[in-house]
Design a protein around this ligand. Structure first.
Ligand code: ATP
Length: 244
């Protein structure tokens, strides 16, 4: 995968991306661009091809058709924090970092996610939210131009999630990577993203800007309408308890 042309305003340019597994066409003619520093959320049903697309952008899958341009400096955060259990928290962030200032940078990154006091802790002693904060620190300490998030808050409780939204927005504001954030959560996408795309059976079926001023809340004007639009695109209705 070639490096993105540094003269453009785009961090990611995907055109006519196709991926098949056997005779299953998992991604079909996907076109997607992400601007430098832009925050894009991707919604889609289970099995629609979101993780496949993310893996392609991460450079983990090259068996594809079409053109994919993405920066070499990229980092991925998964639903499972994937910390190395035999390394203390700080050593997990230092891991794979080069240079004489690696430890200082890792300490700064841990402080940024509010975990300076946990640098000597073992990963198994951290809460789920703390472990995911370490995972974010490990990703951002390398100052990636592209941050790929694969349902990063999917395993967290609802209250921790809300705190993580704030943290992620703050981190993004300070470091300004381009972000592709894969989620099943429509509210999460609206609260966080500049633009939302919907992947339906391997095809990008909707692309929509989020025109709600920041700071955002679920009560903001336009939130409910956008939510309805996205749920309709996903083919979901929310009338729990209505007579069948
Ligand atoms: N390595 C693989 N070999 C064969 N099929 C695969 C492989 N990876 C993904 N698939 C198939 O591609 C389709 C899309 O999978 P993918 O993981 O991208 O979906 P997803 O939208 O991320 O789903 P979820 O939201 O459940 O994580 C699925 O039908 C899956 O079985």
């Amino acid at each position: 995968m070639p490096d993105q042309d540094r003269r453009t305003d785009l961090a990611v340019e995907i055109s006519d991306l196709n991926r098949t597994f056997g005779d299953q066409e998992v991604l079909r003619g996907v076109d997607l661009s992400i601007g430098r520093g832009e925050f894009v959320a991707m919604l889609g049903h289970s099995g629609s091809g979101k993780s496949t697309l993310l893996r392609v952008l991460a450079g983990l899958d090259t068996e594809v058709g079409g053109v994919v341009l993405a920066p070499a400096e990229r980092a991925v955060v998964f639903q499972n924090p994937r910390l190395l259990p035999w390394r203390r928290t700080l050593d997990n962030v230092v891991f794979a970092l080069r240079g004489p200032d690696a430890v200082v940078r890792a300490r700064d990154a841990l402080a940024e996610v509010g975990l300076a006091a946990k640098e000597k802790s073992w990963p198994l002693t951290l809460s789920g939210g703390e472990a995911q904060r370490v995972s974010l620190a490990r990703a951002l300490v390398r100052e990636p131009q592209l941050l790929l998030l694969d349902e990063p808050f999917g395993a967290l409780d609802a209250l921790t999630r809300i705190k993580m939204y704030q943290l992620l927005r703050d981190l993004w504001g300070r470091h300004r990577p381009a972000v592709l954030h894969v989620t099943h959560d429509v509210d999460e996408a609206i609260l966080l993203a500049d633009r939302i795309v919907v992947l339906s059976d391997g095809v990008l079926s909707l692309e929509i800007g989020v025109d709600i001023p920041v700071p955002r809340s679920r009560n903001a004007a336009g939130f409910a309408a956008l939510r309805e639009r996205l749920l309709a695109e996903l083919g979901v209705t929310e009338e729990i308890g209505s007579a069948a």
